[in-house]
Write a new protein. Structure first.
Length: 97
């Protein structure tokens, strides 16, 4: 893609963080707002406190929304779901829509 057609990285990254955070809040019925999810805070345990069922729900919504496959047997899942930033980066690199 020519440089003049690329979106600014900062703007698209922060927009994607917000979109993914909003999807997570909505699909998990979290009692926080999307803006309260810090991009680098852990999604599991301390941080957001998600469990494996929550991650499964998020992966289904993300797969449907962005047209990518998040598989349970992917050895990178621990990294992909380590934070909002990691998940957003993975989506940005693999999305088809």
């Amino acid at each position: 893609m020519p440089d003049d057609q690329k979106k600014p990285i900062g703007a698209s990254t922060s927009e994607l963080h917000r979109e993914v955070a909003e999807l997570m809040v909505e699909c998990l019925n979290l009692e926080i707002t999307a803006g309260e999810i810090t991009p680098d805070a852990p999604l599991y345990g301390e941080g957001l406190g998600l469990d494996s069922i929550d991650v499964l729900e998020v992966s289904l919504v993300v797969s449907k929304r962005y047209g990518l496959q998040l598989r349970a047997d992917n050895p990178d899942n621990q990294h992909i779901f380590s934070s909002l930033r990691s998940l957003s980066d993975y989506i940005a690199a693999h999305r088809t829509r």
